[in-house]
Design a binder for this molecule. Sequence first.
Ligand SMILES: Cc1cc2nc3c(=O)[nH]c(=O)nc-3n(C[C@H](O)[C@H](O)[C@H](O)COP(=O)(O)OP(=O)(O)OC[C@H]3O[C@@H](n4cnc5c(N)ncnc54)[C@H](O)[C@@H]3O)c2cc1C
Length: 366
Amino acid sequence: MKDDQTPRTRSPLGGLNLNFLAPVAGDEAAVSMPVQPAAAGEGEPVETRVVIVGSGPAGLTAAIYTARANLEPIVIGGIVGGGQLMITSEVENYPGFPNGVQGPELMGLFRSQAERFGARIVDADVDRVDLGSRPFRLWAAAVEYRAQAVIVATGAEALWLGLDSETRLRGRGVSACATCDGFFFREKEIGVVGGGDSALEEALFLTRFASKVHLIHRRDGFRGSKIMQDRAASHPKIQLHLNRTIEEVLGEEHVDGVRLGKTDEPGEEVLEIDGLFIAIGHRPNVAVFRDWLGTDAKGYLRADGATTASNIEGVFVAGDVDDSRYRQAVTAAGEGCRAAIDVERWLESQEVHTAQKLETGAATAL
Ligand SMILES: Cc1cc2nc3c(=O)[nH]c(=O)nc-3n(C[C@H](O)[C@H](O)[C@H](O)COP(=O)(O)OP(=O)(O)OC[C@H]3O[C@@H](n4cnc5c(N)ncnc54)[C@H](O)[C@@H]3O)c2cc1C
């Protein structure tokens, strides 16, 4: 139950039924998964102009744009492709879907759009990189990839409590995103678990929808800022439950309560709620890049602000991995687009630069 001990989920698909993603004969929009690593001779490195790491909204949008710019991107998309939306059900706020869309279905559409323009997608994790010189080198599933430019779009994982009941009820009342799912809980009683600023923020945000918000924290005080604590404590719709841990999320098809443990006295209690928001933090997926790319105080990759350029020329970052603030599919997709345009312009400037150098060299030789 310790926040910092929540295991990294390698298979976030949980109990989701993805059968509807299987390709159907004649259905051009059907999703093709999985794709094998891009062909290379035995032991030969695979060379390309752009490698994109990550196949969430940021990575696949970057793939669509770079593929349409004829940059022949290879997406090394992770063992479980599609990113965070693969673990959610209904997405109601992605523009263009007035009736909402299932998260996995949306990511399937992203993927087939990228493949339609020639992006090659590899379902593997990058486990090592060398960004010390160009071409940049990346290794995934024992294959070496070499690229002139790299886009890192590895996302940030929401931390979970690690309870079986929580996993089982994800998307059925358990969520890690208040902005995304708060709307589904109008006039319902919900719980928020966590003790930092994000838990306090989420609880306050959720008061717009819920009839009551139970803010549950295992300690006797919050870590969040004083002003946020005061706001939460004085809000008429928020009830604090300090010194309480979530032992089990209750419900068969949907959440209908939580069993709380007590850290200040013996015993347990049951709280009847319709939804539970886990707000114990996010972990940006930066492990393989940490030795090369700059991070901020929270551990997120740092872009230069005006563009998506990182501290290494030719390496760009996009999506939740450099965004601890917005963390939405549409903002991640927008960043993927920005990174692709930045790559395109940067590669072009390199070619112009190389051509100029050649010309100068030729002039000198004469
Ligand atoms: C439960 C939940 C519900 C949500 N609902 C909504 C919603 O309704 N609307 C909305 O707009 N947003 C929603 N979000 C937020 C949204 O999912 C994210 O903002 C968005 O997916 C971020 O996109 P991304 O491409 O930056 O990263 P991600 O989607 O996290 O994708 C990152 C990708 O990188 C891959 N990766 C990581 N490490 C490596 C590696 N070493 N090598 C190769 N690949 C790697 C991962 O496997 C993954 O495929 C929700 C999030 C959660 C957790």
